[in-house]
Design a protein. Structure first.
Length: 550
């Protein structure tokens, strides 16, 4: 075996060989390229068992071109996140500087378990934490953090600290059944319940608090729930708050929670402070608007969201996903705590303060769940922050927000279309198309219809999203979006199968939004032409519908 083919040589950096291999992969995979459309080419039909059943690991080494040719098959049907009209979810295009740096850094295979395995590269983690601390008005000399395996990881660390603050015997003795509880918001991420499961607290003890009409956690209900459970003898661990919900970018009132926490501590004479964690994985980008001021009406939502985002200074910890709203390659999740005292609860040995850390004595594996950590998250995030800068992030997100409101404005003017989240400050647009018999009804009238009719409208919209997806897969249109069966109309439990436009490309702006809406309207017309008999074919007859309405 010629080792240099696979490993290069120890006498140089091997960058040229790496670049040549990337170019070779690129040439081989070009048969699937489809850059003007939402997906790479493919037949969108793969059974995984059928794919692997005849696979046998080769005995002899293979040439690079043969390996790349064999794996090329796997590059089919990949979403093209650079395309401004690929609007499926909050997965962004990647900053090329970050991606190049991550690939180059991996040549050295650094392990962030301790600094002697990573050289000075591990300082990238401290540098990112410094920048984020400055944006959050935290003292960087006291704050600490680590990059970890994802958003669930950041919430896991926060909940672990909350548990240790309330009861430091749990590390050795474990959790007693139904002894502890946390609170979270109805609009919070499902992983808040999952981490309570993983840590032995129990998912039932992650108590969901309802939200106000604006989507924020109900402080009055939260206070009542906390008091009731403490008076039952349970130990209160803390709060896992929304720091930018996936759909509407809702941020809970952190200062009000901070004030509530002080009342709870005083009333029940707690000898610890229940932990306040903000699941800030999306909303952190609003910090770039900290010193940004504008009178532009279209940017009013950013100013409104920023107001709540800046309250993060009252939080004890946050989770930040650079691989979502930060345009970094997966995975790049950062968990941060405001106080090194809280961070020390994760450490099985003495935890040094920042001023006492220097190369050769930093061993984060003592604090981290992982005994092995990649450098990719930290170095990728650092390069993205440095390359775009505060103004660069502002420019990208101003374009996205303006494009979003252009979509809503134009769709709202169309007969037969209802935008159902016009008041949302977030980037997502939810809308429905109305079957012919309901074309003159407002959204307020639609949600009052009998259940059978609501289910009819839901199926009509879900089927339209499938129509769009199939046409995108077949390269008949250059955009795609999804429907949400679970999205509930504000203040109700009514799901209409709302169509969900989630722009996250750095190339999305007002002009792209205008073109997009024009294309969507054309597709709605085609869908209605193709489904003229749809209402008769569906499982709701006219007789049944109108009898129920009468």
């Amino acid at each position: 075996m010629k080792k240099d083919i696979y490993f290069g040589t120890y006498k140089n950096s091997n960058v040229n060989k790496l670049n040549n291999y990337i170019k070779l992969i690129d040439e081989i995979n070009s048969k699937y390229y489809n850059f003007s459309f939402p997906f790479t080419k493919g037949n969108f039909d793969l059974n995984y068992q059928d794919y692997i059943k005849d696979k046998k690991l080769n005995y002899n080494s293979k040439k690079p071109e043969d390996v790349f040719e064999e794996i090329s098959y796997l590059y089919q049907c990949i979403p093209n996140w650079n395309n401004p009209s690929t609007m499926i979810n909050v997965i962004p295009p990647v900053n090329l500087l970050s991606t190049a740096t991550v690939a180059y850094t991996n040549l050295f295979n650094p392990n962030f378990a301790q600094d002697t395995y990573a050289g000075y590269l591990i300082a990238s983690e401290f540098e990112v934490i410094k920048y984020m601390s400055d944006l959050m008005d935290w003292d960087y000399k006291k704050s600490r953090g680590i990059f970890t395996f994802g958003g669930k990881g950041t919430n896991l660390y926060a909940t672990k600290i909350a548990l240790k603050k309330a009861d430091n015997t749990t590390s050795k003795s474990g959790c007693s059944p139904n002894k502890y509880f946390m609170i979270t918001s109805k609009h919070a991420h499902p992983c808040h319940y999952q981490v309570c499961d993983w840590l032995g607290i129990g998912s039932d003890n992650c108590i969901e608090i309802s939200c106000l009409s604006n989507g924020q956690i109900n402080i009055e209900e939260a206070e009542k729930t906390i008091q009731e459970n403490i008076e039952k003898g349970k130990i209160f661990l803390g709060y896992n708050l929304n720091g930018g919900s996936t759909n509407d970018l809702i941020i809970d009132p952190i200062k009000e929670i901070y004030d509530l926490n002080k009342r709870i501590i005083k009333k029940y004479k707690l000898n610890y402070s229940p932990h306040i964690h903000v699941d800030f994985v999306l909303g952190w980008i609003l910090l770039f608007f900290k010193d940004f001021h504008t009178a532009k009406k279209a940017l009013k939502p950013i100013m409104e969201l920023k107001k709540y985002a800046l309250e993060v200074k009252y939080a004890d910890s946050v989770g930040i996903d650079f691989h979502k709203t930060g345009f970094c390659p997966y995975i790049s999740s950062l968990f941060m705590v405001k106080s090194n005292n809280d961070f020390s609860l994760l450490n099985s040995t003495e935890n040094k303060e920042l001023k006492d850390l220097h190369y050769g004595n930093y061993n984060p594996y003592n604090s981290t769940l992982e005994l092995t950590r990649s450098s990719s998250g930290a170095i990728g995030a650092l390069v993205c922050l440095k390359s775009l800068g505060i103004k660069g992030f502002q420019e990208i997100y101003i374009n996205m927000f303006e494009g979003t409101y252009r979509i809503r404005e134009l769709l709202s003017k169309e007969e037969g279309v209802c935008v159902i989240n016009n008041r949302s400050n977030g980037l997502v647009t939810f809308f429905i198309i109305k079957p012919a018999r309901y074309k003159n009804l407002s959204i307020e009238e639609i949600i009052k219809l009998p259940l059978a009719e609501i289910e009819f409208i839901k199926k009509y919209n879900v089927d339209f999203s499938k129509f769009i997806l199939n046409r995108a897969k077949n390269n008949l249109i250059n955009f795609t979006f999804t429907s949400s069966r679970s999205y509930k109309y504000n203040g109700t439990n009514i799901s209409l199968g709302a169509l969900k436009i989630y722009p996250i490309s750095v190339f999305f702006d007002k002009e792209e939004a205008t073109k997009l809406v024009k294309n969507i309207i054309n597709e709605i017309k085609k869908y209605k032409e193709n489904t003229k008999n749809y209402e008769n074919e569906i499982s709701i007859s006219d007789d049944m519908v109108y009898k129920e309405r009468r």
